[in-house]
Design a binder for this molecule. Structure first.
Ligand code: F3S
Length: 395
């Protein structure tokens, strides 16, 4: 693998310990995937923040790197295990919170921005078409590749951090134009909202592992729907990119081979819905996976229409959108109705077992998928209207 003089220096330890470790990680990755060289990246998004996933060993490793590690490019952080300010509302113990804060401080020491959101593109880390980046949050990766047309592989937390510390990533996979072309045509029925897009993503993710779908028949799609579709595809199928005919920036890329074709019918979406419903009483109603936009939060509030929730109800979002909700009076209104707006976190990566939640209702296929497979919760996927009714229901 070709390395520039500066990259050689990093690898030899002439530019410090952290850069050396980081370059070792990147070179090892490059060798596995036969990358011919490194390329510069414009930004990184770093996962591996929640103490629940990182653990003590992960924190020790980070502290070691942070002794002399400083990021070279705009770098933002994925969510943590708690809302760092309102953690008291979550029912999480103080020991978890203090270690969680230490993790975030360690990233901050390296120059990473503590955005603590899986939607960095809402809060200033928004690359442009063709930019190479190194992101490690599956829903953000697929969004940035598909909707923006920037380029990233599915990085893990350590490789994204390595890119942050060196400003480089190995040139392979989705950084290469030919590897971004669609390989399967997916004809879709009429889709109404983000819930339908989430079901479509869940269904197609399972069918199209290792392929790149080109959706056809979509007349219009909004940002919330694109976010839901991508998050679901990335969960059930580990996909990192999709295209929509006429709507996403790279849908005209020429397929290498003749494309396969799938026709999705409404009954496929019903099947996906049934698969993500455990028919169990609900402990927690949740929206904001990926983190909610202001528009989604206001929509939830309008549907509540002044009614008090009777069930634990969380809306998860970024700190900056939560602050906007404070300014606009939206947070106060929702809190008066019993809804908790939480920043920095979500139920999937929070220590949900400490909160006493055994089942969750959400409009997100990703939220349902991980709550079931990672946290072993019972799940229910439903439209936002149904979630509102679930939240206000007497029980
Ligand atoms: Fe974000 Fe948590 Fe969903 S990190 S994408 S809200 S699982």
């Amino acid at each position: 693998m070709y390395l520039t003089k500066e990259e050689e220096k990093m690898l030899n330890g002439e530019m410090g310990y952290a850069k050396q470790i980081a370059m070792e990680i990147l070179v090892a990755l490059g060798k596995i995937y036969n990358a011919e060289k490194m390329i510069p990246v414009k930004s990184t998004q770093i996962s591996g923040v929640s103490y629940k996933n990182l653990g003590e060993a992960g924190l020790e490793w980070l502290e070691e790197i942070a002794r002399d590690g400083r990021v070279e490019v705009l770098s933002t952080l994925n969510p943590a295990g708690v809302d760092l300010e309102d953690w008291g509302k979550m029912g999480v113990d103080e020991e978890f919170v203090s270690t969680q804060k230490k993790i975030v401080e360690t990233y901050v020491k390296m120059g990473v921005q503590p955005t603590l959101t899986c939607t960095p593109y809402y809060v200033g880390n928004k690359p442009q078409l063709g930019d190479n980046v190194a992101w490690s949050e599956s829903s953000a990766i697929i969004y940035v590749n598909s909707v923006i047309g920037a380029r990233t592989n599915r990085e893990g937390g350590p490789s994204a951090l390595a890119s942050a510390l060196t400003g480089r990533t190995p040139y392979y996979g989705l950084h290469v134009t030919e590897n971004r072309a669609p390989s399967i045509e997916v004809h879709v029925p009429e889709l109404r909202d983000e819930y339908d897009y989430a079901l479509l993503g869940y269904f197609i993710g399972k069918m199209c592992r290792g392929k790149i779908p080109l959706f056809k028949g979509v007349k219009s799609v909004d940002n919330v729907e694109l976010k839901a579709l991508g998050a679901a595809l990335a969960s059930s199928g580990d996909l990192a990119i999709f295209h929509i005919e006429g709507l996403t920036p790279e849908y005209t890329l020429k397929p290498i081979e003749k494309m396969e074709r799938i026709e999705v019918e409404e009954r496929d979406l019903r099947e996906a819905r049934d698969e993500l419903n455990d028919d169990s009483p609900v402990d927690l109603v949740f929206i904001g996976c990926p983190h909610a936009s202001l528009e989604e939060i206001v929509m939830f509030m309008e549907k509540l229409n002044g009614r008090q929730v009777r069930k634990e109800t969380w809306i998860c979002t970024s700190r900056s959108i939560k602050n906007l909700c404070v300014e606009l009076g939206v947070k106060k209104k929702l809190e008066e109705l019993g809804v908790k707006i939480l920043a920095d976190t979500c139920p999937v990566i929070a220590p949900i077992e400490q909160v006493g939640v055994r089942s969750i209702a959400t409009n997100s296929a990703k939220g349902a998928w991980y709550s079931r497979n990672l946290n072993k919760l019972k799940v229910k996927i439903a439209r936002m209207d149904e979630l509102v009714e679930e939240a206000v229901k007497e029980y």
